[in-house]
Design a protein around this ligand. Sequence first.
Ligand code: ING
Length: 298
Amino acid sequence: MGPVHLSDSRGAVVRRLVAMLREAKSRGAEMVVFPELALTTFFPRYWMEEAEAQARFFEAQMPNTDVQPLFDAARELGVGFYLGYAELAEDGRPYNTAVLVNRKGEISGKYRKIHLPGHMEHKPEAPFQHLEKKYFDVGNLGFRVFESEAVKYGMCLCNDRRWPETYRVMALQSAEVVMLGYNTPSLNIHWNEPVHLRTTTHLVSLQANAYQNGIWVAAAAKCGSEDGHHMIGSSVIVAPTGEIVARTLTQEDEVICVSADLSLGEHFRQHVFNFAKHRRPEHYRLIVDRVGAGDPLP
Ligand code: ING
């Protein structure tokens, strides 16, 4: 997806999503991955009170009137989709959420973002904020795998894609495809990072983890300049070989599509990454027992 500006209505955004769903269907797609927080601009870049953010950018129901046309199109076309949005849960808690919708237009899976990047305090001197730790609670649904039309899908969101634990927990549940959306600012507000590294680190994270877990990875950006704030594109579909098999060229709404041979992942999971045969969890304890880096073991 190209940019979504503060002035863009949910209705206008949903019309764009429906157009892309139709385009994907025309190419034979069965499942479509939309970005993280796809219905609005990437609002964590702005400082505001939580109440204002929740009133302007969160969905209290899913589906709802604004989004219903996308669910209807999914059922009409027989195409499933992954959609990222800001969720106001029934208990009032705010989450950065993605849902898996099947080809009948029913929600068959939900994920709430676990790795929340950025900060909680206001950084007035920064060119923009990154307030996911302020606006969202840490996801409470874990990393789950959902079977939809005989395919095992894992879901995650944006920063999750940079952490190997994300994919391994889902691969240990036999995921075949991991779907994710992202909004990645080109500018790093924490240190003077060369801009090309934003794309490099994005791609290397996806390619390494696709290969090391024998899974397909489909990653969809919201990108381009939202009210002057630029975010990287490079949406990709990565094969279990770690190779990029499709990649967007523009920073506008653009559909990429691949006929993914799921047996390709099977070869890697049967041999080089046969978890049951080769993994040694008794030597991995630190990964679970420690949060931050500490002293070498005695
Ligand atoms: N965005 C960014 C991401 O993980 C970020 C934040 C960028 C963190 C680059 C670290 C390095 O792609 C979101 N929304 O997580």
